[in-house]
Design a protein around this ligand. Structure first.
Ligand SMILES: O=C(O)CCC(=O)C(=O)O
Ligand SMILES: [Fe+2]
Length: 358
């Protein structure tokens, strides 16, 4: 159903989290519509070294030494299978570029609300879109975050304000995409496929890349709010950077593990399309963003997916006699489904799972 002007106007009235937290010192508790209680028993013991995501050395992955490369590919495959998350070091993207990208996004969030309003939209694939929470039309609990999503590939889009956003995001999106392309080749090889297999099958040259910045201001009661609740990412691989505040948590062996990554590293995770391709071998793992009471956290998640019309299906060469677990759906339709009330914060993959005969 097309939204009426009235409902869009109503939604526009939902203040950004920035407006709410800027409003003043009197905000010393979380308003009821933002209240989200986490179970402290589900938290992993942070002091246990078992609870840190694997590290992939990109210089090894792209090395001319066959030995270093094959060991790195093996480690990558293990990380995709056991964690679905890993950090990538020595990737060659300058830390200064990452910091400039975070700074440019921070400046965007600091623009007057009036100036950001022109980018408010309900359209899923709006080239430039900003807002608060997840989808204020269907959210049951409001999220402690504002967002800015800009499509950088297959067509590059950009903002005029802040002035540096355009140049910085062009360079950052290109370099990040190069790292993602190498990772995709490594992942293909780790599955015993030729390096280009997944890229070719997914029409990677026309694949989607989104620069999705998240703004999480300090929260007076961080245990009673959530930045982003548990979810999986829709694409093939997501690369993420953050300012010096942590907050990303990954579900591992039934517990929430806080991701601690090296300065300048990318945090990478496997998305739903990769889980489909590998018939569940590589997992699109649940993760969430928690908030803190000390300082604003900014993260930039960069999901990379297939071309919009491409439907991922389990790769026949990987089945080894197993039945395919998923039916096909175009990436665009999958994203629409994930954003719809029917799949609200649910594992969207379940909608594509082949039902067992009984
Ligand atoms: O802010 C984070 O660390 C998580 C962001 C995220 O999961 C997302 O944007 O999909
Ligand atoms: Fe995510």
């Amino acid at each position: 159903m097309a939204p009426t002007t009235a409902t869009v106007a109503e939604e526009a009235k939902v203040a950004s989290i920035k407006t709410l937290t800027d409003a003043g010192a009197e905000l010393n508790s979380v308003p009821s519509e933002y209240t989200y209680v986490k179970d402290p028993n589900d938290q992993a013991d942070a002091s246990d070294p078992e609870h840190s995501i694997p590290t992939i050395d990109f210089a090894h992955l792209t090395s001319s030494s066959p030995d270093l490369r094959s060991k790195a590919i093996e480690k990558l495959g293990k990380a995709c299978e056991e964690w679905g998350f890993f950090q990538v070091i020595n990737h060659g993207v300058p830390e200064s570029l990452m910091k400039s990208m975070i700074e440019a996004c921070h400046k965007f969030f600091q623009l007057p609300e009036e100036e950001k309003k022109e980018f408010q939209s309900r359209k899923l694939l709006e080239p430039i879109k900003c807002g608060t929470s997840f989808n204020v039309a269907i959210d049951k609990v409001r999220l402690w975050r504002d967002y800015l999503k800009v499509i950088a590939h297959p067509e590059f889009h950009s903002l005029h304000k802040p002035a540096e956003y355009s140049d910085v995001s062009l360079e950052f999106s290109k370099q990040t995409r190069q790292v993602a392309t190498e990772l995709l080749s490594g992942i293909s090889e780790s599955l015993g496929l030729e390096a280009e297999y997944i890229a070719k099958a997914m029409n990677w040259d026309r694949g989607l890349q989104i620069l999705a910045a998240n703004y999480y201001p300090a929260c007076p009661q961080p245990d009673l709010a959530i930045g982003i609740p548990p979810h999986t990412d829709h694409g093939l691989v997501t690369l993420l950077i953050q300012n010096d505040m942590g907050g990303l948590e990954v579900q591992h062996n039934g517990k929430w593990v806080l991701v601690d990554c090296a300065p300048g590293a990318f945090v990478v995770n496997i998305g739903d399309q990769m889980q489909i391709l590998t018939n569940d071998k590589y997992k699109s793992v649940w993760h969430r963003a928690v908030v803190n009471n000390r300082a604003t956290r900014i993260s930039i998640a960069v999901p990379h997916g297939p071309a919009l019309e491409t439907a991922a299906l389990p790769i026949p060469e990987l089945l080894g006699g197993e039945a395919p677990k998923y039916i096909g759906m175009s990436y665009e339709a999958f994203m629409e489904l994930q954003a719809s009330p029917a799949a609200y914060m649910m594992p969207c993959l379940d909608h594509l799972r082949v039902k067992a005969d009984n």
